[in-house]
Every structure is written in C-alpha cells, then in structure tokens.
Design a protein around this ligand. Structure first.
Ligand SMILES: Nc1ncnc2c1ncn2[C@@H]1O[C@H](COP(=O)(O)OP(=O)(O)OP(=O)(O)O)[C@@H](O)[C@H]1O
Length: 768
C-alpha cells in the first residue's frame, strides 16, 4: 500500500467517535488493521466510506471533492502504520488527525505540535513518553505550484516521514510521487464513494441507523449510571467479551485505572443472573468488594444497572439472587458470629490505620527492650541495622506491611509457614530465621494488644474462617449455602491468604466460577504476588477448565495528558523495581476531541513555602473547577503526606472552606455528602482509590515528602517508601478526568518520581 488519503469530514468523524480512540473497540481495531494493510475491505464506518485497493486507502465523506481538505500519508516514505504497536499506531494517528483539524480551523497548537518557521513543514510528537521522541513530519504545501494553478493550494497536508530520528526540516524535500497519484485519483474515488455509500445504506439500513444513534449517544456527556441494556452498546469489544463469556470458568479482567473494570464486573454479574432468570435455573451470585465503602458504591451502581434488583432478593426464597459482601462480612457470616463495629478494625479506615500504627510502634518498643538482646547475635547485618537505626515511623510502616502481606497475609499467622515464605524484595530486610523470629515477635506483641482490647482485623476474621471452611460441616453446608457465581473486584488489594478463601464459597467443589478484576500497580507496596500469574497459585485451587483472561486498554476516565502523566509515574516505578508493573504501557485514552475541550494541561506548581502551598491548593481547586465547568464535589484535594493533610484540614477549618473529608478508602458515602452540600472533597491518597473526580490537586509532591525520607538512610526502608509512593501517586493522579495539578515547595524541588514526566515535558512547571 502506497498511501492513505483522508478528507476533512472523515477527520472530524474519526476524532469525535469514542470507538475510534482505542483498539479495544472493534471499529478502532478494524481501522488500524485496514490502515496497516493487514485487512482489505471496502466498507462504511458510520459516515465514512473507506475504499482500499492495491495502491492505497481513501477515507471519504460525501460532498464535492474540490471543496474538501485532505490529509495524505505517504506509506512508502513513512512507517506510521507498520513501525509501531497497534495501540501506539492508533494513538499517533489520532494525534495526527487532531493536528490537522486544528491546523485547518486555525486552532491553538499544543507543545507536541510544531510549525517549523521559515519552512513549509510541521512536526508532531504523538508519543511523548519515551527517551527518544517519535515524530511525524508533515509538508504543509505539497506540489505547491501545480496546486496553486488548480486553485487548491492549502487543501493538502502530506505526511512524508515518521520515526525516532531527528531531521533537518528546513532542507529536506518530501518526495511527491505518491501524492500526485492520490491527487489524480480523487475525482474517480469520490464518484465511487457516492455509489458505495448509496449501496451500503440500502443494503444495511438498520445497521446504519443503529450506528448513527450510537454515535450521537457516545458524544454526549459520559454516562454516569445507565441500566444494563443501555450500557451494552457503549462497551468496547473487549469489555463485551468479558461481560458475555462463559461464567462457569475462572476469568480475569486486567487493565489499568479507569478502564471500566468495576463496571464490566458488575455487568457480567447482572448478565449471568439475567441468563439464569431467563433459563429458570438457580443462580446465587456473590460480588465481593474490598471494603464497606466500596460495597456501598457498588450497591448504588447496581440499583441503576440491574433491572431486576437482584441484590434485594433473598437467596432463601428466590432461585436467582445476588449478595454484595466484603470478605470480612462474608467470613463473619460463615462463622455465624457477627462482629460489632467497635470490635472490628477496617483496615481501609483512617482511625484503624492510626490505631494499628500505634499498636505496632508499641510492639516494636517492647520487643526492642525485651526480646532484642537474645536475638541480636543471630540477626543478619541488614536486619539489625534496619531495626536499630530506622526512624520509628518508617520502621512501623515496614512492619505493618510485613504483618499484613506476609505474616498474616501469606502465612496465616503460623511461624512455620512464615519461615518458608520468600521475603519481600522491597520490604523489611529479613534474610535468616532469626530475623523472621524477631519480626514474628513484633507481630505477636501487636496481636496481644489487639486481643487485650478485644479487636479483630480482617485478617483475624479470615484466618479463623479458613479453619472452619475446610471442615466436614462446611463441606456439607456448601451445597446449600455456596454460590454459583463469584465476582471479586480489586483483587490487587487482597493478600494471598484472603484470595485463597474464595474458592471455598463455590457451591460445586469441582467448579471455579470466579471472575475477578486486577490492576497490580494500584496495590500499595510490594505485595509479594506480582509475579504470580496463574489462577491456581493466586486462588489456591486448580482449575481444570483453564483460566480465561481479558486485558483492557481503553482508558475512559482520564484525558490523554493525565493518562500520559500516570504512565510516566508507573514507568518510573518499573525502572526502579523489578517486580513493579507498568500496567498503562499499552493503554490509550478514549477522550474524543469534544471531551478534550475541558481538559487542562498537567501542571507542577511551586510555592515559596508550606503555608502558601496550602493556600494555593484551594485557589487552584477553585480555578480549575471553573475551567472544567465542574461542581465543587467533583474536585479532590489530596496528599500522600499525613502532615500536609493535617495542614490542609486546619486551613480549611480556619478559613471556613466548604470541605468534606474522606475517612476511608473509596469513601463513597462522604462523596455523596459532598455532592449534597456542594463541598470540595479532601482526603489522604490512601482513601481515594475507587473514586473519580473532574479535578485533582495533589499537594506536597516534592523531595523529602514523596517518597517520605526520614532521617535514616537505610536502603530497604527507602525502597519500600519509594515503591509505595509510586503506587499512591498513580492511584491519586488516575482519579482525575480533566485536570490534574501537582503542588510542591520550591526549596525542596519536585519529587524524583516526577523526573520522567518533566523530562518528557508532560508537566508544565509553573511558579506561583
Ligand atoms: N465503555 C464505556 N463507555 C463509556 N464510559 C465507560 C465505559 N467503560 C467504563 N466507563 C466509565 O469509565 C469510568 C471508570 O470505570 P471503572 O471505575 O469501572 O474503572 P476501573 O477500571 O474499575 O477503575 P479503577 O481501577 O481506577 O477503580 C467510569 O466513569 C465508567 O462509567
């Protein structure tokens, strides 16, 4: 294939349809395949007639050809459609189309779009995050003299070169052989296109109407909650596969933040129940969320999506019913004991985080004075140094992580199992049995304090439940009380011990109808299971039928700028840590040109000191909410740092700022309150997962604070802090739809995690 020619009508159509923004949509995938010459067809994509032959491709819309403007891509000279991965190809193609639309309408160009002055060239950089930028070189006045004579100069843009190498745009000349061929064919192509348009419309009138309808829906404001049936036409092909594939086998849905994982899981659950209802079979489904807060959010979404309101049915009476549970509520139910709220430590809540930290601090103190002397001669050097010289706050977060991920999370509080667990690569530096012995002492002391104040955390509940699930009593109850379909949201937040519980809840012991969503980069710190890819290892049960897996890459939530920034954060983590996954690598934002209208550049803003930064956070919030036409409750102010958050709260209350505070992760109830009272939302980065906002302001992302650097220079605690900071910054920034501002103090300088984004010019540095 020598060339591709696209007219201005087709450009406008391609940049405004969501389905052309990602290869997850059938249309997007088909388009990239056609443009790269992998498939050959003459077809109609909405209002665009695509004509392809040996020579090239024409994307045309109706109207006289002489009045149109054209983008011509010379495929012999450029490798836009063969040199990149398909996701990148589509992204570059879309950026190219947007440049053309702006250029033709006299719009403002962005930093990645450059007119080379003194020449007739333009260059665009469509893939900003890379060490060497990928460029597309464009001739703005191809075949100038001839076209002037025909009164068509200025109607054409010619892509004559793409690649990773720089070039001298002033001197290089685009070869115009293929361009001439295109030009000469235009009259005939438009005559054929008009005929094809007529034929296809008469052969497939219904399809045409349906797809036009979808087009107009897609470009309306994003659907917040829609009933089941209305969601289906909006789904990408990948999402649809997941929603409609066989529910009786294990199925993983993997994708970065904002790709609709939770939504797809809910739809799959409802679809399974609707099928059972239609077939008049029994289906008791279970949807497991990580915390009470996300349970409330999912119940709320279900109330709109689910036409039969399965969640309000009772499994005792109805053949088809849905239970939405947290792991703790589910286990407590099996144990036939309810744990009162005052006894239960919800680890996603602010107060329990502080309480746990306090107990661990105390436990470390006791161990230091009572146990350390006898262990000391046997401890490894690394552990001894870390234990003796790491600042208390850092040490307690290292232990908190070790206890939750390994001691309780993997070993189920058994020292023998813990002894054989591989140590976390980026965590407490345990390397011999004595190290583990001492770590376990800290855990025991911590546990004693929990017991003496009669409190349980999720792990305690799960550990006691696991014991009871493997007994003859539960095995007998299982066929009556078990579930026919289990959906687990946010699997990355569960530890291995918890994941191993789920398979006990299936009704049929031989089947594993478990569907789950995962984005490992959102779990905070090295969770010790990043390298586990097999379902059987993850869920502790062999699956005879084999696991299915769907990977989604179309990001619905974030603007392209915000997605690129988030990707740079993950890329920085992946560069530093061997088991840190950049889950955004192959993703694309599906924002249309219209969605992008509200999008703002990602800014890093420096302030002279903490006070001005805190004040500045509220100012920025107000400015951005008006720029993005948002209400106050669609604005989040957050920080990764406890002290900064305290200052923000103090400032808000001293200055009567209308603010609602998040108190736990995914605090849906608080967000609803903020909505009712017209408040801004303020909360720690640990509590923003699962939520989404139009505007996000992250405060204090500077050196020393992100990652938190204490006085000690122990490399293990540094790695741990840096690992977690990458996860937290990714989660916080990926909550933003249209605007993301990052604030810091000038004398500290921007956090190292922002270096990649700065180098790739993804953030603007603004001094306030
Ligand atoms: N096919 C679609 N069309 C339009 N909007 C969609 C589509 N799929 C998802 N969305 C929207 O994208 C947003 C993100 O969805 P969701 O919260 O399910 O993503 P997620 O992958 O679970 O995110 P996170 O991992 O950050 O929790 C929601 O506003 C949802 O309504």
């Amino acid at each position: 294939m020598k060339y591709i020619c696209i007219d201005d009508g087709a450009v406008a159509e391609l940049i405004s349809g969501k389905e052309y923004q990602s290869i997850d949509f059938e249309e997007g995938d088909r388009l990239v395949n056609a443009l790269s010459g992998k498939v050959r067809f003459v077809a109609k994509l909405r209002n665009v007639v695509l004509i392809q032959d040996e020579e090239g491709v024409f994307l045309t819309t109706s109207g006289p050809w002489k009045r149109k403007r054209y983008l011509v891509i010379d495929c012999d000279q450029s490798s836009l459609f063969t040199g990149l991965r398909s996701g990148e190809t589509l992204q570059s193609f879309q950026k190219l189309l947007r440049f053309c639309a702006k250029f033709w309408s006299g719009g403002v160009l962005n930093r990645a779009e450059k007119i080379i002055s003194g020449t007739s060239k333009a260059v665009i950089f469509p893939l900003p995050y890379s060490t060497k930028p990928y460029r597309i070189a464009i001739e703005r006045e191809p075949w100038k003299v001839r076209l002037q004579k025909r009164d068509m100069n200025g109607h054409f843009l010619l892509v004559y070169k793409t690649g990773w190498d720089g070039a001298d745009s002033a001197t290089e000349e685009a070869n115009e052989t293929n361009f001439r061929l295109v030009f000469e064919r235009l009259p005939n192509i438009y005559a054929s296109a008009a005929k094809i348009d007529k034929d296809l419309s008469s052969v497939r009138p219904n399809e045409q109407v349906a797809s036009t309808d979808l087009g107009s829906e897609v470009s309306t404001p994003r659907p917040a909650h829609l009933p089941f049936k209305e969601w289906i036409p909006h789904l990408t092909a990948k999402q649809r596969d997941f929603v409609f594939s066989d529910s009786s086998t294990p199925h993983r849905l993997q994708g970065p933040a904002g790709t609709g994982k939770t939504l797809s899981l809910i739809l799959r659950t409802v679809r399974t129940l609707l099928d059972a209802e239609r077939k008049k079979t029994t289906c008791h489904a279970l949807l497991i969320t990580h915390s009470e807060a996300t349970r409330a959010a999912i119940q709320d979404t279900l109330s709109v999506i689910d036409p039969c309101d399965f969640q309000s049915r009772s499994r005792k009476v109805d053949a088809v019913a849905l239970s939405v549970e947290t792991l703790a509520s589910l286990c407590a139910d099996v144990l036939r004991q309810s744990i009162s709220e005052s006894e239960f430590i919800d680890r996603d809540a602010q107060d329990s985080k502080l309480l746990q930290q306090m107990y661990i601090d105390q436990a470390i103190e006791v161990v230091k004075s009572e146990d350390l002397p006898s262990f000391k001669p046997h401890l490894s050097r690394g552990f001894k140094t870390a234990f003796e010289s790491t600042e208390a706050e850092e040490l307690s977060s290292l232990f908190q992580h070790e206890i939750s991920v390994l001691i309780k999370g993997r070993a189920g509080d058994s020292f023998d199992v813990y002894k054989n667990c591989p140590a976390l690569e980026y965590g407490l530096p345990v390397s011999n049995d004595a190290d583990k012995g001492l770590a376990f002492r800290v855990y025991q002391r911590y546990q004693e304090q929990l017991e003496s104040s009669s409190q349980f955390d999720t792990d305690d509940v799960v550990i006691s439940a696991t014991g009871q699930l493997d007994t003859p009593i539960w095995r007998r109850r299982r066929s009556r009380d078990g579930y026919d379909f289990i959906a687990v949201d946010e699997t990355h937040l569960f530890n291995i011990n918890e994941l191993h519980v789920f398979h006990h809840f299936t009704r049929d012991t031989a089947a594993l109808p478990i569907s789950f969503t995962v984005d490992q980069a959102q779990g905070v710190g090295d969770r010790g299971w990043n390298d586990i890819s097999k379902f059987s290892d993850l869920f502790g049960q062999d699956d005879s039928k084999g696991e299915n897996s769907t990977i989604v890459t179309a990001v619905f939530r974030n603007s392209p700028q915000i997605r690129e920034f988030c990707q740079s954060v993950l890329a920085s983590g992946a560069m530093l840590f061997t088991n840190f996954e950049n889950t955004l690598l192959e993703s694309q934002s599906v924002f249309t040109a219209e969605d992008e209208r509200k999008s703002q550049p990602v800014d890093y803003i420096e302030f002279p000191n903490d006070n001005t930064m805190i004040e500045g956070a509220f100012k920025r919030a107000e400015e951005l909410l008006s720029k993005t036409e948002s209400s106050r409750s669609q604005v989040l102010i957050t920080s990764l740092c406890d002290d900064v958050l305290k200052d923000l709260r103090e400032y808000a209350s001293n200055n009567n700022k209308p603010v609602t505070y998040l108190e736990r992760r995914g605090d849906f109830v608080r967000v609803k309150q903020a909505e009712r009272s017209g408040h801004l939302v303020l909360g720690h980065a640990d509590f923003v997962g699962g939520l989404e906002f139009n505007v996000v302001v992250i405060v204090g992302v500077d050196k020393g604070r992100v990652p938190h650097e204490g006085e000690t220079a122990d490399s293990n605690s540094r790695s741990f802090a840096s690992y977690s900071a990458h996860n937290r910054l990714y989660v916080a920034s990926s909550r933003a739809r249209y605007a993301l501002n990052i604030l810091g103090v000038k004398s500290r300088g921007p956090s190292d995690i922002l270096q990649g984004a700065k180098a790739s010019k993804l953030i603007d540095g603004v001094v306030s």
